[in-house]
Design a protein around this ligand. Structure first.
Ligand SMILES: Nc1ncnc2c1ncn2[C@@H]1O[C@H](COP(=O)(O)OP(=O)(O)O)[C@@H](O)[C@H]1O
Ligand SMILES: [Mg+2]
Length: 161
């Protein structure tokens, strides 16, 4: 599902309450920076975090789930990727949140069933991440190919009806 499809008809007409809600300081950007620093300390990974300190109002529940998704993605990069650079970015608009965690490591083959098939190899990290995002009506994409690194992309639409 593309970015544009999150925009609701009332937002487009200017009558959605979300349009006028101002961005304000959030604990999430600092929590992302602290996590990235702590989880990559003593590893060969250099972490960059790109996030505005002011975000549209997000529930504590959503902020907690976004943080957990980022932490699990960073942990996976440390554990599996053999990467040198990790970039965590949080971009928001009044109607959307987009969290990306990208590494330049070994990547892996993502088959369509990987995150829903409990019988597959590996742990439950990717499944748990997807569940956390879907709980908020969002979508998690795993972009990875052997040798080409991995990017976890998570989109959440805000103020949906
Ligand atoms: N950033 C990454 N780079 C390379 N491989 C990864 C990455 N993230 C996940 N993987 C692969 O996907 C598998 C499943 O990940 P996950 O569900 O978090 O389980 P776990 O981390 O417990 O193995 C991992 O075992 C690994 O093979
Ligand atoms: Mg994992």
């Amino acid at each position: 599902m593309g970015w544009a499809s999150w925009h609701c008809a009332r937002c487009a007409a200017g009558s959605c309450a979300g349009v006028t809600r101002a961005a304000s300081p959030s604990p999430l950007p600092d929590a992302l920076r602290d996590s990235a620093r702590a989880l990559t300390a003593g590893t060969s990974l250099t972490a960059n975090v790109q996030a505005n300190d002011e975000l549209p109002p997000l529930s504590a529940d959503l902020e907690g789930d976004l943080l957990r998704v980022a932490q699990e993605s960073i942990t996976n990069a440390v554990k599996h990727a053999r990467a040198t650079t990790l970039t965590v970015s949080l971009h928001t608009s009044p109607q959307t949140v987009e969290l990306r965690v990208k590494d330049d490591g070994v990547g892996f083959g993502v088959d369509g069933r990987r995150t829903t098939d409990a019988g597959r190899q590996g742990g439950f990290g990717l499944i748990g991440m997807r569940e956390r995002v879907e709980r908020h009506g969002g979508e998690l994409k795993i972009e990875s190919e052997p040798g080409k690194g991995t990017e976890i992309v998570c989109y959440i639409g805000l103020y949906r009806e």
